[in-house]
Design a protein. Structure first.
Length: 473
């Protein structure tokens, strides 16, 4: 029984790692993809955006459907869709085919990731085991992106860009094989117990429109951008109204009233907005200012992954058990503020060991933040709502990352243009733009810290209460 649970955790973590890697591994292969398939500059961004839109907008719906039809079934189906889409992406011979495959990958990722935490908290209800399990799972999210950049650079340079997608095939097949054997089977509540189709359409359309507006922020004019955001707000407002009147709402009001859920998700949006943008902007700084190539950039980011892993896997569970998730969340946020504060003074001619490496090591605070947030966000969730709460947590994660990259990258670009117009050189202007973005990111972390300190309460001893849903191991 115990071995089966930990093997199941390995399956969930592997599925998460595959999804997170896919979000970052493609970034270092973009030039090779553009040259091989003939992407225009405008089309190329959709290699990333098609995945992001599908993934971010479908997580909430997929999480609720997992509660209704069974989370194991949803996870395995999503993994199968993602694996098949990876084969299609690797074999793509045209821009349209690759973009379609990336969208399909996003659909599969949403289906699998939305229910992963929900499955995890039904497997591990003892606080000590739960903390260790969440630490392992969170590590895959926190460090996976940095690892993806290294793997992407190696595969692209040694083989070809096609292999950044083909590598998912053996991993996906192994996940499916082990998942069928080890993940807990469950009947689910049935579609009649909460299939709010109108609410699902409203929230999915609202999220698609909002995420599309964010990823196109730099290209769209102010009128078009304002119109898209207004439409997204109207659709999401309609969803909120629908949830208060529907017989079987997609997001029952009790979920948002669960202690910690709303606040933990808000803190996550603020933190991810700052810290995912940190990863993207530091990568651009290393390449555009310091002149690193793709592989060297990935290796330069590797200490961050190692530091996060050391904390996530080796320390966070014990620290959370001794001091509580709320306290360790605040410590981690303080460390992340230090990361961004140091980057505000990053020089044009940097010495990696002096100016960059300390930042990569201090980002270990992320290994404290994510496990604590995951525990606090899932605290008190009923077993029949665990998939929905998991989907909500993953949705706010994607929203935070999308908003952070779009807004901070736009601020950096605008500041760079201003400095170039004032006569500064390219490297100086780029660095000035990145510094502004890091300063705004530091402000977001401060807001996250204050919100957590004032509004979050310690997690209860148990996450999942008993429910009629049958779990068969």
């Amino acid at each position: 029984m115990d071995r089966t649970r930990w093997t199941a955790l390995g399956v969930l973590a592997t599925g998460s790692l595959m999804t997170i890697l896919d979000g970052s591994i493609v970034t270092v292969a973009m030039p090779a993809i553009q040259a091989d398939l003939g992407f225009s500059s405008a089309e190329l961004s959709w290699v990333v955006n098609a995945y992001l839109i599908a993934f971010g907008s479908l997580l909430l719906l997929a999480g609720r459907l997992g509660d209704l039809i069974g989370r194991k079934r949803m996870f395995l189906t999503g993994t199968a869709v993602f694996t098949a889409a990876s084969l299609l992406a690797g074999a793509a011979t045209s821009p349209a085919l690759l973009i379609a495959a990336r969208f399909l990958q996003g659909v599969g990722s949403a289906m699998a990731m939305a229910v992963s935490l929900g499955i995890l908290v039904t497997l591990f209800t003892v606080p000590a085991d739960r903390s260790r399990a969440i630490a392992v799972f969170s590590f895959t999210g926190a460090a996976g992106a940095a690892i993806g950049q290294v793997v992407g650079g190696v595969l692209t340079d040694a083989l070809s860009w096609h292999w950044i997608f083909f590598i998912n095939l053996p991993i996906g097949l192994a996940t499916l094989f082990l998942g069928r054997r080890t993940l807990p089977g469950e009947r689910g509540l049935g579609l009649g117990s909460g299939a709010d189709l109108a609410g699902a359409l409203l929230v999915t359309a609202g999220l698609v429109t909002g995420i599309y507006a964010v990823v196109e922020l730099e290209k769209s004019g102010p009128i078009r951008t304002a119109g898209l955001f207004a439409l997204a707000v109207a659709l999401l407002a309609g969803f909120v109204v629908r949830q208060t009147t529907a017989r079987d709402p997609l997001v029952p009001v009790r979920v948002l009233r669960t202690p910690g859920v709303a606040v933990a998700n808000l803190v996550q949006v603020l933190t991810l907005a700052a810290c995912f943008a940190f990863q993207v902007l530091v990568t651009l700084y290393l390449q555009n200012v310091l002149g690193y190539d793709a592989l060297r950039t990935g290796l330069a980011m590797l200490p961050a992954a190692v530091a996060i892993g050391a904390v996530s896997l080796g320390l966070s569970a014990r620290l959370n058990a001794r001091f509580g998730e709320r306290r360790m969340l605040l410590v981690g946020l303080a460390m992340l503020f230090g990361v961004l504060a140091l980057l505000v003074r990053v020089p044009v001619h940097a010495n990696y060991a002096v100016d960059v490496l300390p930042v990569m090591l201090l980002v270990a605070g992320f290994g404290l933040v994510l496990p604590a947030l995951a525990t606090l966000a899932m605290s008190g969730a009923r077993a029949d709502d665990a998939g929905l709460v998991s989907g909500l947590f993953n949705t706010t994660q994607q929203i935070g990352m999308a908003l952070g990259v779009a807004v901070l990258a736009t601020l950096a670009a605008a500041r760079t243009d201003t400095l170039r117009a004032a006569g500064q050189g390219a490297a100086e202007a780029l660095t000035g733009g990145y510094r502004l973005a890091f300063a705004v990111g530091a402000g977001l972390v401060v807001v996250a810290f204050v919100t957590a300190a004032l509004l979050l309460r310690p997690a209860p001893a148990q996450i999942v209460t008993e429910s009629p849903t049958a779990i068969r191991l």
